[in-house]
Design a protein around this ligand. Structure first.
Ligand code: SAM
Length: 254
């Protein structure tokens, strides 16, 4: 039976690759790389670099594919995402169908496949469709949360306190509800809209890459600087990926 490796590759630093990830890549007959768009072009380049560095077995093909674009969520967000996943699933079905009967393929997933990534659910969808038979396994990767914490040299949680992981959209709706809140996928800089001037922010963009930039401080003092810096960086590169931790309180505070 065909086998698919869903491999977490970390967030831009080729040294994030684990030995398990390298071994899984080398067990594949085909490595699939998504392309298209300014961000995708840079991220595809990082994946190519990873293949150059770590593929040591002869005969592995690198197959680049264009990810279908997601429609603007006109009617209903859930329906739009579902349609988009269906389009990607049909593409994956073709890629997997091109593998030899007992061959293996590898999808190189940004960060870790379990965190705000749909590769696993789309692969499940392809399997459930039952047109190509295959099995799959998942190799964990370093997430952008870990990259952020390492660059700022901080633990994510306060002692004995919970951590929330959420999106910019949700933060704007709910405000800060936990001592530590990690915010991802925030195109609207929700941190600058919440009334928490005394919270601390630990922000980072392009983490792990040569363009990495980080800032930390009291939200009321540096929110505007981050908004400005983010706009400059985005204009310079044509895309941006950023993440931040918002923290209220101190270790050992009641
Ligand atoms: C679709 S999610 C993928 C997350 C990924 N699976 C992970 O484990 O980090 C993309 C979001 O992750 C965060 N992100 C991923 N890579 C990043 C990086 N190198 N620097 C800063 N943020 C990053 C950003 O919040 C971005 O909007």
């Amino acid at each position: 039976m065909r086998h698919i490796h869903i491999i977490g590759i970390g967030t831009g630093n080729p040294e994030h690759l684990t030995v398990q990830a390298i071994n899984a890549m080398n067990a594949a007959d085909m490595v699939f790389i998504p392309t298209k768009g300014a961000a995708k072009a840079d991220l595809a380049e990082i994946r190519r670099d990873i293949c150059d560095r770590y593929l040591t077995r002869e005969g592995i093909s690198i197959v680049e594919f264009e990810v279908p674009k997601r429609a603007a969520p006109e009617r209903n967000y859930v329906q739009t995402v579902d349609d988009w996943h269906a389009a990607i699933a049909s593409l994956y079905e073709g890629l997997i169908g091109d593998l030899p009967e007992s061959g293996a393929g590898a999808f190189l997933v940004w960060g870790d496949p379990s965190l705000y990534d749909s590769t696993i659910r789309i692969i499940e969808r392809v399997r459930d469709a039952g047109i190509v038979a295959f099995d799959y396994s998942v190799v964990p990767g370093i997430t952008s949360i870990q990259a952020l914490a390492a660059s700022h040299r901080i633990p994510i949680n306060l002692v004995g306190k919970p951590v929330e992981i959420t999106t910019g959209r949700r933060l704007a709706e709910t405000g800060l509800t936990q001592a530590s809140t990690v915010v991802m996928l925030d195109g609207e800089q929700a941190f600058s809209t919440i009334a928490e001037p005394d919270a601390e922010i630990f922000w980072g963009a392009y983490l792990g890459t040569e363009h990495e930039v980080i800032r930390a401080g009291r939200l009321g003092d540096i929110a505007d600087d981050i908004v400005r810096l983010r706009a400059e960086e985005r204009a310079r590169h044509g895309w941006i990926m950023d993440i931040y931790l918002l923290r209220k309180g101190r270790d050992f505070e009641a």
